[in-house]
Design a protein around this ligand. Sequence first.
Ligand code: IVH
Length: 700
Amino acid sequence: MEDIPLNVLTKDDARAELARLSSLMGDAELAYYQDDSPSIDDAAYDALKARNQAIERLFPSLKREDSPSQRVGAAPASGFGKIRHEVPMLSLGNAFSSEDVEEFDARVRKFLSLDSGITYTAEPKIDGLSLSVRYEKGVLVYAATRGDGEVGEGVTANAKHVSGIPHHLENAPEVLEVRGEVYMADSAFEALNARQQKAGEKVFSNPRNAAAGSLRQLDASITATRPLAFFAYAWGALSSPLAETQLNAIEQLHSFGFATNPMTKLCDSPEALVQHYKNIEAQRATLGYDIDGVVYKVNDLALQARLGMRSTTPRWAIAHKFPAETAWTRLEAIDIQVGRTGALSPVARLHPVTVGGVVVSNATLHNEDYIKGLDSKGSAIREGRDIRAGDWVEVYRAGDVIPKIRDVDLSKRENQVPFVFPKVCPVCESDAIREPGEAVARCTGEFSCEAQRIEKLKHFVSRQAFDIDGLGVKQVEAFVEAGWIAEPAGIFTLSQNHGEALAKLEGWGEKSATNLLNAIEARRIIPLNRLIFALGIRHVGDSSAMMLARHYQSWMAFEKAMIEAQPHEGEAWDELNAIDGVGAVMAASVVDFFHTELTREMVVTLVAQLSIEDVHPPDTGGSPVAGKTMVFTGTLSKVSRAEAKAQAEGLGAKVSGAISAKTDILVAGKKAGSKLKKAESLGVQVMTEDEWLALIAETR
Ligand code: IVH
């Protein structure tokens, strides 16, 4: 439906239109702030906002009480209760090619030190949202969304309206958490959209958004009118094992009354996996529901347990994604955005185009060289074709990632001029410097650059970081603009310095101001891993932050070690580098962060406002090596080095790469050399591989 032009809008039209815009923007804000999964892109949101404002200017008397122009972002979190998952809900690593699948299989075998073939299950990856449903003594007690993997939202009443989820189980384990995907079939999605359109309500852009919007209704009677379905594919807490293999466990869930995917198949080689992938891909269009790849899982549950997980993904499973969807459109302009680390990122502003069911109007152009047609080594990409504003370009998107530009059509080029990458920051005009060997140019303004300031603060309050209810992107922008917050510590002095003014700010009142200030107070107590992630250190994502936190355990220990560490030398540096998942680039970045005056000061003033919770490694009840520092050396014959390290870490030990006075135990395999000698000279306890395996067997 075309929008009615403003010059012919009657008062009645305007009233209806303002109601529609308020509801549309409300939904978009909810999706953005509470789902972390925008239902429309920024440009579409801005267009709604502009239209709303224009109509309000034409008919000021019609301005609604709940007008979006009065709101600063979304209302603080909704009425859903939070539920902490007893067993975290994991996500999956991705594979994009047959080579990636072979590498996955090789990694699994290497970790397990197994040469023989491993059997996997292969099943469709459903494009919906994951849900955990808990049963106690056969009764459904609650259902929770994934959330950040640790804490989700309770949607119990809603889940009871999803088909494929039984309300009672017979002969099931006393405690059973069943995990799977909630989705909406294509036909149900189309029927829902037709109904919504007729009623003048929000139309969903794809079945996934429709399923998410429908499950997350505060009023479960609305969910009841939305045909949602569920496939069970995994489990969380469990009082007794379901089976010995993945396939049998899923069959068991099926026998309890859960819907499970009929295309699940056993495969005993990477080739067989890829064959089934192709088979599923060929049926994709006629399945009747959206899938975005195929998931492979090690079938033997004992092997799954040995493989364990990295911080957020299991080693025993991977998602093989379908190739990206593409479309051609006109590149209207190239803008430069300044990111949290000062990186100048070129953004393609596109004539809106539908790619795989989603309207795309922005795409990333990566960096200066990418626009020129060069890769990071200076070799030609796109056969050297550069990209210019006004060109016809091919856009693609894979999964939820930001759309990208793949190619340009030179036959449609007219008199477009080459793009000139700026030498200064477009926001603060500080020099933008591209270090030799680096792909990106960075603004040197740090916290004096408003763009960097805002981005750093947005990151600081993001979901895996401080995640303060009611303090989202829009509020951060508003507070920075008002000059109230310039750096993270300012969030915690907001109450003292601007508490009264906040209640008077447009769109706020006593109640919402008090709610926000209370939410901020509650976050003064923060787990170490969230704080480390929130600092926004380059190369440190949320899973690396967790690795660092689990290793150092307390802020005092972490900060002390980072201050002691010198790049590429000494014990503190070696210890940092030995942490699983920390490479030299990340280590150098963390050390640099703690040795740079500006960032050090930011940290010191912030930490003074906080009470930082220690992070304990996973439960190690009765472990003889909890808290000890261990080193593995030489050739291990029964387990791989990676598995030995994971075993030790699982039992609460710290694993280091180098022997020092702090080492408690050295496990020496065959052909152990200088490390063994050094350990002996320092009087460190030395064990053989067999002694180590016997020790951990005792703790099982
Ligand atoms: S297994 C540890 N199996 O994909 C096992 N996930 O990208 C965790 N998903 O968070 C998931 N279909 O929401 C698994 N057949 C399937 C799936 C599936 C869809 C989703 C799930 C997960 C996400 C990871």
